[in-house]
Design a protein around this ligand. Structure first.
Ligand code: ACO
Length: 323
């Protein structure tokens, strides 16, 4: 059985960056409140011309360029998103069209903030089973379109953007995705959801969140899945080269650092730059370290999102076998 290795990383951000101090005055919020409670300093917000598909396509192009792979090699495109351009067709098919790819399959995965790890797990399975040789896994969101811009308790938390990775089939199983696990528990569905939907009230709705509950479960699920990943792979916390958690809130990440005992220098935090970009947050964070990550053997990804959904991945990026 072959393994799936990551050979390229790319990202795309909307052209408009909004700092905390530039948020509408009517929100009655402050840079101090937002930064202290969340670690967020700014977010990128899509303009009218920018959509989830356009950001996803740009991120995919950048990832292919980074991998030095032609779009024509790609036989699978998975877009993780909760904010697709249309109800249908899938945003992944729009990316496929815009990359002029006419082979293989393209579809979306909906697991909200855990979407990237869910999509990675699906692509990993396709590659391991031999159904795909080269896959694009993209996390892309325009959450700004489903925020209630009069609700300061939610609208300050999110941003827009896209990140993508290129996966290739590789003969040596010691490299690439070593393990990937995904979970959900629908009894928590109402803790974080939109107030509308096609089949309920025919509306898109806005993000509604029970912030404190989400905070508590995020810490719990991060820690649970980290412990399981370490046990399954016979690793100690010191063996991790880099931990890339979903970027929702730096206080959630700091709590994980405290409980797990991981060296904080090994934990990537990018939420101050992008805010919470849901499914895009992990690949956007990976893009920030793409010059160094291909020397790392034990990179751990952790996610948690609405549903609740959560997941983990252990990746050996060093497929070139650097000493
Ligand atoms: N600016 C100023 N004041 C605010 C703001 C704001 N943007 N938002 C809320 N407040 C006020 C509230 O009105 C309240 O005022 P009151 O005491 O006069 O009633 C006060 O701040 C405290 O409100 P809480 O909601 O209790 O604030 P809390 O300390 O719980 O922080 C937060 C809220 C930051 C959302 C926190 O619950 C949290 O971090 N939750 C985690 C959720 C998260 O990050 N979700 C992201 C999506 S989920 C995911 O990706 C996993």
């Amino acid at each position: 059985m072959n393994s799936a290795i990551i050979v390229g990383i790319g990202a795309a951000l909307p052209s408009k960056c909004v700092k905390n101090s530039e948020l509408p005055r009517e929100l009655n919020t402050s840079d101090e409140w937002i930064f202290q409670r969340t670690g967020i300093k700014q977010r990128y917000l899509a303009t009218e011309m920018e959509t989830t598909a356009s950001l996803a396509t740009e991120a995919a192009k950048n990832a292919l360029l980074h991998a030095q792979i032609s779009a024509q090699e790609v036989d699978l495109i998975i877009v993780a998103t909760a904010t697709g351009d249309y109800i249908f067709p899938a945003t992944a098919t729009l990316v496929q069209r815009d990359l002029k790819i006419t082979q293989g399959a393209a579809f979306d995965v909906g697991a909200v903030c855990s979407g990237f790890i869910f999509a990675l797990d699906v692509a990993d399975s396709f590659i391991k089973s031999g159904k795909s040789q080269c896959a694009l896994v993209i996390g892309a969101e325009t959450f700004s379109r489903i925020l209630d811009w009069s609700d300061r308790s939610t609208c300050v938390l999110f941003g827009d953007g896209a990140g993508a990775v290129v996966l290739k089939s590789w003969a040596d199983q010691n490299y690439g995705i070593r393990s990937c696990k995904i979970y959900s528990d629908g009894k928590f569905a109402d803790h974080l959801m939109t107030s509308g939907g096609v089949s309920t009230n025919r509306e898109v709705g806005f993000v509604k969140m029970q912030g404190r509950e989400v905070f508590r479960y995020a810490v719990e699920k991060f820690q649970e899945s980290l412990e399981e990943l370490l046990k399954d792979n016979s690793l100690k916390i010191e063996d991790i080269d880099l931990l890339v958690p979903h970027q929702a809130n730096s206080r959630i990440i700091n709590k994980l650092i405290e409980i797990s005992g991981i060296d904080e220098k090994k934990v990537l935090i990018t939420v101050e730059k992008h805010a919470n970009t849901s499914a895009a947050s992990i690949p956007l964070a990976l893009n920030e370290v793409k010059d160094d990550i291909f020397l790392m053997k034990n990179v751990v990804l952790l996610s948690m999102g609405a549903g609740f959904t959560w997941g983990s991945a252990l990746i050996n990026f060093d497929y070139r076998g650097n000493k």
